[in-house]
Design a protein around this ligand. Structure first.
Ligand code: NDP
Ligand code: 8X3
Length: 251
């Protein structure tokens, strides 16, 4: 395969799916990951019209599954040029005293430990080749802490720190590392946060123009297509109507 190969976690929805679509149309070979196999199959069928696509079904929380899945890649997909660490979500929105321990476990296990497991499985080949690109999807929740955001914000502050740590450790191996920190993006994020309460989820994006997944996909594509000597370290992106995590100019 001539073109670069990108490995995208959380490709079944939202930012990851839009990134897969954007990359497919720009001839990247794709390894698309997620837990929902029907969605992976559907996406593969659609995007195969543009590029080479393979899928991996695994839960980022399960380290054995992560390593087994990545080791099982067909030979032509084994060289991974770009890793997009995107899988993640918020679970609940509660004060620290009312928060659910299961929600805390989910956020830390997926957003932090899951990102680490996938990175650990892929970074060694990049180091060996002296070449690679990692994009970590953080959040403005990794830059600010907002009321009731406690553990989600902690998980994204950890992503912010890991992004910096990866940059420092991998710099001498010619591996570029970038983080994108979006504000409100209209995806399934709030449906997951509010456990399927569609009305509550829709309300998060009502009364203003929220970012769309495609907006972030375009930025990710821009970041990974800079010339080899250019590395955008950290990029914060808000909808125009949003001034900070808590200041939103709704109609
Ligand atoms: P979505 O809920 O639309 O997508 C989340 C993706 O993560 C899905 O593809 C899901 O796939 C995958 N995922 C979740 N849990 C796991 C798991 N345990 N194992 C494997 N994959 C998993 O949300 P977004 O697209 O909005 O979120 C993408 C990233 O962007 C997240 O890291 C989120 O924190 C971040 N972000 C989102 C913002 C927003 O406002 N939407 C703003 C800032 C950052 P599946 O369920 O099939 O496994
Ligand atoms: C998602 C953005 O503000 O809902 O990371 O936490 S926010």
């Amino acid at each position: 395969m001539n073109h670069k190969t990108a490995f995208i976690t959380g490709a079944t929805s939202g930012i990851g799916k839009a990134t897969a679509e954007m990359f497919a149309k720009n001839n990247f070979n794709l390894i698309l990951c997620g837990r929902r196999i029907e969605r992976l199959n559907e996406l593969k069928e659609t995007l195969e019209k543009f590029t080479n696509v393979t899928t991996l079904q695994f839960d980022v929380r399960n380290k054995e599954e992560v390593f087994k899945a990545i080791e099982s890649l067909p030979t032509k997909y084994q060289k991974i040029d770009i890793l997009i660490n995107n899988a993640g979500n918020a679970h609940g929105l509660s004060t620290i005293q009312d928060g659910s321990i299961d929600d805390w476990d989910a956020m830390l296990d997926i957003n932090v430990k899951g990102l680490l497991y996938v990175s650990k499985a892929i970074i060694p080949q990049m180091v060996a080749r002296n070449d690679g690109f990692i994009v970590n999807i953080g959040s403005i929740a990794g830059k600010e802490v907002y009321p009731n955001g406690n553990v989600y914000c902690a998980s994204k502050h950890a992503v912010n720190a890991l992004n910096k740590g990866m940059r420092i450790d991998l710099n001498k191996h010619n591996i570029r590392v970038s983080a994108i920190h979006p504000g409100a993006v209209e995806t399934e994020f709030s449906e997951v946060r509010f456990k399927g309460d569609t009305k509550k989820a829709k309300n998060v994006y009502a009364g203003y123009n929220a970012l769309q997944a495609k907006d972030i996909a375009e930025i990710i594509h821009f970041v990974v297509t800079r010339p080899g000597h250019v590395n955008i370290e950290d990029l914060v992106v808000y909808p125009t109507a949003q001034a900070s995590a808590t200041i939103l100019n709704k109609e």
